[in-house]
Write a protein that binds this ligand. Structure first.
Ligand SMILES: Cc1cc2nc3c(=O)[nH]c(=O)nc-3n(C[C@H](O)[C@H](O)[C@H](O)COP(=O)(O)OP(=O)(O)OC[C@H]3O[C@@H](n4cnc5c(N)ncnc54)[C@H](O)[C@@H]3O)c2cc1C
Length: 368
């Protein structure tokens, strides 16, 4: 099997598939995780996505908290509570979110005093946060450890990761997909997994397969100096898509939760979005962002219905989609890899309560 893309999607699927098949991963960059998988906010939480994404997250959580023996030598995540807060006009939105999350996580409701105790910098009371949800079981993930664990599993099973191998031409010949890379290599296999993140529609087009309509959306993160004690704060998020911030290696990271359509690329932060992040931190908290220590941007790539796309392309023998992980690709990777393996090999369905049809690329009426 050939996997195009050495991000968390491609590597997690490759590790799982390599248990029973010879797997080669082609990664365009010189190191895995260079694009979205290395630029995220590294959280597992339920305050984003839809019911299916939440179910995929819940089904993945065990791998982070209790990894299989031999998978990793270091923890893949640590507990970090999640505080989702609302101003007075936003409390109906908070109620709706509470109802949506309740099947997946045990939540506490917090008022201004509890909010201030958890994050003293957050403005509370009139004009500030008046109510919040607290999920004490949020997880801060270690994406580097996760990617390394998948690469190690792949190699242990005899699979190969080929960095610096950008797929440049793809043809189907005699029951095999033949992939030529920009540095002159040629690889072939009967099954091709398209896990190219923001580039996945382009990979399909290269192979003569209809795209599913993926949209890469740029998101920006800044880091800045934190006050004493901030390392104990939770992941703090507005109930709407406005701002989140969290402790990050002795500083705070923050995102204005921007979603700017972008071509697939090495995303760079836009100065307006950087300024917006700082502005929103100062609006919602008593903090002042005097100096931005780091800033970066990455692409969150969504299918039209914001549900991942997993399964064989209709009418294109051996062309398998694993794309559209949007803003939840880390926290759903373990179960997505198991699902991809089951669909690709015909193994038993590994995710009770999750409907394969909801993930099927055929839902877009795709024809090769
Ligand atoms: C700012 C931000 C915050 C986020 N926060 C979270 C979070 O808190 N929790 C969470 O779960 N998720 C989060 N995400 C989402 C998560 O990062 C993504 O869903 C996930 O990384 C997608 O993984 P991927 O493997 O599909 O994509 P990528 O990591 O982008 O991997 C795709 C790979 O394909 C390679 N490729 C492309 N074209 C070719 C080619 N022609 N040949 C060979 N290789 C090719 C690319 O080089 C790339 O390495 C966030 C994302 C961003 C940007």
């Amino acid at each position: 099997m050939l996997v195009i893309g050495g991000g968390v999607a491609g590597l997690s699927a490759a590790a799982a598939l390599s248990a029973d098949a010879r797997v080669v991963v082609l990664e365009a960059e010189d190191a895995p995780g260079f694009h979205s998988s290395g630029r995220s906010a590294t959280m597992l939480h339920y305050a984003l996505g839809n019911p299916l994404v939440r179910a995929l997250t819940l089904a993945s959580r065990g791998t982070f908290e209790d990894p299989p023996t031999g998978f990793t030598d270091v923890p893949l995540g640590r507990r970090m509570p999640v505080l989702v807060h609302a101003r007075a006009p936003e409390t109906a939105e908070l109620d709706a979110l509470e109802a949506a999350i309740a099947p997946f996580a045990a939540l506490d409701r917090a008022g201004p005093a509890e909010i201030a105790a958890l994050c003293p910098a957050l403005k509370t009371g009139e004009g500030g946060a008046v109510a919040a949800l607290v999920d004490r079981n949020g997880l801060r993930l270690d994406p580097h450890a996760l990617l390394q664990a998948y690469v190690r599993t792949l190699r242990r099973n005899g699979g190969t990761l080929v960095p610096g191998a950008r797929a440049a031409a793809i043809v189907r010949r005699s029951g095999h997909w033949q992939v030529a890379t920009d540095r002159g290599g040629t690889f072939e296999a009967p099954l091709l997994v398209n896990a190219a993140g923001a580039w996945a529609d382009g990979i399909a087009a290269m192979a003569g397969v209809a795209p599913v309509g993926l949209t890469p959306l740029r998101r920006t993160i800044i880091t800045f100096d934190a006050p004493d004690g901030a390392d104990r704060w939770p992941f703090v998020k507005t109930v709407g898509e406005e701002l989140y911030f969290a402790p990050e290696s002795g500083r705070l990271l923050a995102s204005p939760m921007d979603e700017v359509p972008s071509a697939p690329c090495d995303a760079q932060p836009d100065e307006e979005d950087v300024a917006l992040a700082a502005y929103r931190v100062e609006q919602r908290t008593t903090l002042q962002v005097r100096r931005i220590a780091h800033k970066w941007a990455g692409l969150r790539t969504f299918a039209p219905d914001r549900v991942p796309v997993v399964g064989f392309a209709p009418g294109a023998d051996g062309f398998f989609w694993l794309a559209g992980q949007g803003g939840f690709g880390l926290q759903t990777a373990p179960v997505m890899a198991r699902i991809a393996t089951a669909l690709a090999t015909g193994a038993a369905w590994p995710a009770d309560g999750i409907d394969p049809a909801a993930l099927d690329p055929a839902r877009f009426g795709q024809a090769a």
